[in-house]
Design a protein around this ligand. Structure first.
Ligand SMILES: C[S@@+](CC[C@H](N)C(=O)[O-])C[C@H]1O[C@@H](n2cnc3c(N)ncnc32)[C@H](O)[C@@H]1O
Length: 247
């Protein structure tokens, strides 16, 4: 990836989130939240009032939808501004949810959630070589028998649908992009993105390495989650896994 800077090794999205604030919810990919939550509730066999953790919850769109359905939801994120927006969204929807500012790599949870989600690059996929640490903390947060759902950008899609504005580093498995984001007032700000891209096999092996039992990896798109065999034409992969019960 000639000329592209290496991943900074920090939760770089924090600054972007703080700039975006409510403007995050203007992106088209946030429109499919209801479908995504309905699919996950069904496929993970979740029933209210199960305890759900959303890692990298951003503006809280999945948290609020899950809380509406009666789940006891906690959202964590590194961006104070996005967490404020998430709390505002919960108040507007008249639901209760808990939000904590926390780096996914240092989450203190130990087996207390029935399901742990990290969707749309909620920390996993944004942390470069620390992505496995994020997945480990996610696994630890699930109770024995609890379920895990994590999405990641697909390496196959990235190669099959190369974009002129993005630079793919085959050694790092990271796509680097310079882009422009708009704040709540519409003012433009330059931004850099380092998105990790994954194959289904990598996700399965990473899950195994964290002591999880992988249950499936599916090709999905925002607002179009389905138990679909992995292919080249969907931008994201959805890993479903569970934390084993002690024997
Ligand atoms: C692309 S947004 C996705 C937000 C949300 N999951 C959604 O689907 O709308 C990525 C989120 O992950 C958060 N994030 C990035 N790195 C993180 C980390 N190390 N720990 C916790 N949150 C992180 C960002 O602040 C941002 O809110």
């Amino acid at each position: 990836m000639s000329g592209a800077p290496a991943h900074p090794g920090t939760p770089y999205f924090k600054e972007l989130g703080d700039v975006l604030g409510r403007a995050y919810l203007r992106y088209d990919f946030t429109r499919g939240t209801g479908q995504e939550v309905a699919f996950l509730v069904r496929v993970l066999s979740l029933t209210p009032p199960a305890r759900v953790l959303d890692v990298g919850c951003g503006a809280g769109r999945h948290v609020v939808e899950l809380a509406r359905l009666g789940f006891a939801v906690t959202g964590v994120d590194v961006s104070p501004r996005l967490l404020e927006v998430a709390a505002e969204q919960a108040r507007a929807a008249e639901v209760s949810a808990s939000f904590f500012e926390c780096d996914a790599r240092t989450m203190p949870f130990d087996g207390e959630f029935d399901a742990v989600l990290s969707l749309c690059q909620g920390a996993f996929g944004l942390m470069g070589d620390d992505d496995p640490l994020v997945l480990r903390r996610i696994a630890e947060a699930a109770r024995p028998g609890g379920r895990v759902a994590v999405t990641a950008f697909s390496a196959y899609f990235e190669l099959a649908h190369a974009r002129a504005e993005a630079r793919f580093d085959p050694a790092a498995g990271i796509v680097y992009e310079r882009t422009t984001i708009r704040d709540e007032q519409g003012a433009e700000h330059p931004a850099e993105l380092w998105n990790g891209v994954y194959t289904p096999r990598e996700l399965r092996l990473l899950a195994l390495g964290c002591g999880l039992v992988p249950e499936g990896v599916y090709s999905v798109a925002p607002g179009d989650y389905a138990a679909r065999r992995p292919g080249l034409d969907h931008p994201e992969l959805l890993l479903l896994a569970s934390r084993p019960r002690p024997r």
